[in-house]
Design a protein around this ligand. Sequence first.
Ligand SMILES: [Zn+2]
Length: 281
Amino acid sequence: MDDRMTNTTMGSLRELQKLDDRIKEIRNEVSLFDNRLAMVEEPALKLETELSQLRERLSQMKVDARRLERAADDKRARVDKMEARLTRVSNLREEAAVKTELDLIVKAIAADEQEALHLLDQVKRSEVIEGEIAGRTREARDGVGPQQGALLESREAFLSRLAELRARRLEVLEGVAALQRRVYEAFYQSGRTVVVATLFEDGACGHCFGVIPLQIQNEVRQGEALVRCEACGVILTTEPEPDLDPSLTEPLPGTLAEDLGDSVESVDGEGGAGGGEDTAE
Ligand SMILES: [Zn+2]
């Protein structure tokens, strides 16, 4: 093995570049799917939260109303006892004292009953609202399943394409010498979108269109060294860009990247191309 830049090495680097671009696109697609899946479920989740909070409040109100009714019952029992005592009082002063207490208890009973009625009224109105929200929640939840199914199916197709691209990438890497491989990986991972570009026949760099000095052009044409454009840093080659296997470029169903029509603007904003996290692998 020597480190000479054979034409096939440059061809491999060009294919690597194409594969990596495609991998980046697909990973972006998958993150769009993930965002969309979360969005699809969000309205149902919101309603479910609202419904469970309302139900909690409802049961608390019912407990409170029952407690008030029990308190009123206890007080009524006391009223009975006091009325019995009234028949046994021995003087006016005692009678007045019992009557005053009786009066206070009767007022307290009225207040408890009033409050309980008010609560039961609230319970009734809340139960109507609960019914409405429960209906809307069911509808939202029923709609989630089919939408999620379609999205998950497409996402699966993108993931298996991703696996194919990565497998092909490994195959191509096998044929590239360690040095060139390291140079390529370092360039690509530094966030450079174009690593390898054509040296045009007129001597211009295929990426920045700057004119390459003659001596360097000759080195590129000999294909014996890894030569970079002094202006923009891409690796220059006269090797044509290879076509990827057609199975790797066939369009996949259900793509979201071009789907700008409906409510995905925010998703595109977050998952748009060129995000820093794309260089993670
Ligand atoms: Zn250049």
